[in-house]
Design a protein around this ligand. Structure first.
Ligand code: ADP
Length: 709
């Protein structure tokens, strides 16, 4: 078991904090002498510079924190700092003060001046925390910067050159991708990665881990095909032209559908290699029509598609589906097409984090996923006790046969509790659910949050504990902001958290509950579930007598999701290895001092070939080639093919560079000109790509058998 609960609860934790506290007292005395002297002779700064020991550094930073930001670190915060300094994931509840607790570890990793990245969930928190904690670091002689989405390359380079840089994982990743395509060494903004301290580690390392960050550019002409496939697919009928599997997650063309497409496009065999583009367009169009629902999976705003993150129930405006699918949805909705471009470079957050030689994380909920942290990142989870005992009451789930019954009861419950003045936070699974509930909650003033405006929502969430306040929030909204109780609210029982659903993962439920009962506050939480909820339906729970099994279903699903991830990881690690090899080769060229022209052409050639390669592999992964080859082990087929493709790419670089060089010399075209590029996140493929869906389908069947015989 990789949980370090016993260590932290045990005598050595107490002995270690006692030691740190003794050192704190001594240092505080010594430091007091230096407080009026010029900064360079500050004895605490001296002590920090000389410290070769983590515990000593924690003691020093705790003293500096008290002086600069006026907070005396609690023992549990010292323990958290030690865990972080040792490369662990520290589980610390909401409101325990993680922002402060991480500072000794951040300073520890920063001591050699090679740069530490503190990863936050959004730009607002990066800005807030860098400023708030900045006084501590500056007093230690460390420089601090933060990255904001709106910053220029120069500003970014400057911020990354600081000893400590607060930034979202996405910004760090996008900068990494842009660096990969730099044509001059001085255009790169990053230094080699050294250490990452990851806030809300479960969100970044687990929930978002597999979402690729993408850098795109150039032109592409699949729009025309997407536009043409749309009217065809509108006429398709389920069961006749295509089929949907029993979970409503997987589509397949029938023979009739394939024939219809063949005559519509006036092509021969739809499954022939040369008709891949047409096949893809038809497949995407069916996907857009049959699987994706407006206002659930995406919303239409300002004549554009904005995808909804189902996992978090929030709108993700900067996210797109893989190009062809996004275009298919635009065709379905009759919207103008947004330029998609060609993927030039991409990396998942998981692979990004793996590039740091040292990493640690903190979050309110990690213990249930200890296995994942261990297996994917080699990080142990350390459960840090709360500063004060937790007295929140977590009630047993209320169970209803239908969603309707459930929602009616929740509305009555909100009305009754609201009348007493007790504040209520309702956690919903989706934007749609938030809005439906909001519409039915007439006569009760309430706020609805779905993580659209980080800063404004942080303010609203911060007030969610005040008397009489009702807040409806999707899972991610206002995350990272803690909820303090208003005056007299403790006497009313504190914050009442209502969960509208059990999530697939217990961790997400714990996160919601953890909004209440911070720092020893009273509080209450309850989940309302119905037999029509997604979790129940998906696993075939149709009898109320199974209602006590929500947790066992969750455990099972978590185990399976882990298996699926381990499996998919095999695919992804192959490509990541190739990306690294190509990148090393490219970086060597960038560093070399060959003639200006030759280097440029070589770099551009590598970039273009890699981009084509990415496209081919993406199509492979979408499973499009495999559907015609049933009977093959998809992983084996994929790996073999990818290997061949990569070798072809590798062998092509030199002759292609030579040919282009000749052409460039002849034509006089300047290869340093590149068209515009832009970045986006690929949205979670709805239900994953083909392979993932197949695996999920299989494991779900097994799960049902295990559960219900
Ligand atoms: P978390 O991220 O763990 O939910 P925050 O870092 O947002 O919590 O801190 C919650 C609140 O607790 C903040 O308002 C902070 O000022 C306060 N706080 C943290 N540590 C201390 C401390 N040692 N003494 C007093 N207040 C603290």
């Amino acid at each position: 078991m990789s949980l370090l609960r016993s260590w932290f609860g045990g005598p050595s934790a107490a002995a270690e904090t006692a030691h740190i506290n003794r050192r704190r007292a001594e240092l505080a005395k010594a430091g007091a002498l230096g407080s009026n002297v010029v900064a360079s002779s500050n004895p605490l700064r001296e002590a920090f510079r000389n410290s070769k020991d983590l515990a000593e550094t924690v003691a020093i930073v705790a003293v500096v924190a008290a002086r600069t930001v006026g907070m005396e670190m609690f023992d549990v915060q010292l323990q958290g700092a030690l865990a972080l300094g040792r490369g662990r994931v520290a589980e610390m509840q909401t409101g325990e003060g993680k922002t402060l607790a991480c500072t000794p570890a951040v300073a520890w990793y920063a001591r050699e001046g090679r740069g530490v990245h503190v990863m936050t969930v959004n730009d607002y928190l990066a800005r807030r925390d860098a400023k708030w904690m900045g006084a501590i670091y500056e007093s230690l002689g460390l420089t601090v910067g933060c990255i904001q989405q709106t910053m220029s390359a120069d500003e970014r380079r400057h911020a990354y050159a600081c000893d400590i840089t607060y930034a979202t994982a996405n910004e760090i990743g996008f900068d990494f991708l842009r660096d990969q395509l730099a044509l001059r060494l001085e255009d790169q903004v990053h230094r080699p990665f050294q250490a990452a301290v990851i806030d809300e580690a479960d969100s970044i390392l687990i929930d978002e881990a597999r979402i690729p960050l993408v850098l795109a550019g150039g032109e592409e002409d699949e729009e025309a095909l997407a536009r043409r496939a749309d009217p065809l697919v509108r006429r398709f009928r389920r069961g006749l032209d295509f089929t949907l599997d029993e979970y409503g997650r997987n589509i397949a063309l029938t023979d009739a559908g394939a024939h219809a497409a063949e005559s519509y496009f006036r092509i021969g065999n739809l499954y022939a290699e040369r008709n891949l583009a047409a096949y893809t367009a038809v497949h995407n169009a069916i996907h857009a029509h049959a699987l994706l629902r407006r206002d659930v999976d995406y919303v239409v705003k300002d004549r554009a598609i904005e995808s909804v993150d189902q996992f978090k129930g929030r709108i993700a405006p900067d996210r797109r589906w893989p190009a062809g699918l996004h275009t298919a949805i635009e065709a379905k909705e009759g919207l103008p097409f947004r330029k998609q471009g060609r993927v030039l470079a991409s990396i998942t957050l998981q692979n990004l984090v793996a590039l740091y030689p040292q990493a640690c994380g903190m979050t309110g909920t990690a213990a249930t996923q200890a296995d994942q942290f261990r297996r994917f990142y080699g990080m142990d989870v350390a459960v840090i006790p709360t500063n004060r005992p937790l007295i929140r009451v977590d009630e047993a789930d209320a169970v209803f046969p239908t969603k309707r019954d459930k929602e009616e009861t929740v509305i009555e419950e909100i009305g009754a509790v609201h009348a007493t003045g007790q504040p209520i936070l309702v956690g919903t699974a989706s934007v749609e659910e938030s809005e439906r509930l909001s519409a039915r909650l007439t006569g009760i003033p309430h706020a609805v949050l779905n993580a659209r405006n980080e800063e404004e929502e942080a303010g609203i969430v911060a007030r969610a504990g005040e008397r009489g306040v009702v807040t409806i929030s999707t899972n991610m909204a206002g995350r990272g902001v803690d909820i303090r109780l208003g005056e007299g609210v403790a006497d009313l029982g504190g914050l009442y958290v209502i969960g509208m659903n059990r999530h697939e993962s217990r961790r997400i439920d714990h996160q919601l509950r953890g909004r209440s009962g911070r720092q020893g506050d009273p509080g209450r939480s309850r989940f309302f579930v119905s037999m029509e909820d997604q979790l129940m339906v998906q696993y075939g729970v149709d009898h109320p007598e199974h209602r006590h099994d929500a947790e066992s279903i969750q455990r099972l699903v978590e185990g399976q999701n882990l298996e699926i991830r381990l499996f998919l990881n095999k695919y992804e690690s192959v490509m990541e290895g190739q990306r690294q090899r190509i990148q090393e080769r490219r970086q060597a060229i960038l560093r070399s001092d060959g003639p200006e022209l030759e280097r440029l052409v070589a770099l551009r050639t590598i970039d273009d070939l890699w981009s084509v390669y990415l496209e081919t592999v993406t199509e492979l992964r979408a499973g499009i080639h495999w559907q015609g080859y049933t009977g093959h082990d998809p992983l084996y087929a994929y790996l073999t093919k990818v290997d061949v493709l990569y070798r072809e790419l590798d062998e092509q670089i030199e002759p292609e560079t030579a040919a282009r060089l000749e052409a460039a010399r002849a034509s006089g075209i300047d290869p340093s000109q590149r068209g515009a590029t832009w970045t986006y996140l690929t949205t979670d493929m709805p239900f994953g790509d083909y392979t993932e869906r197949v695996i999920r389908g299989l494991t779900r069947k097994v799960a049902k058998r295990q559960l219900w015989g």
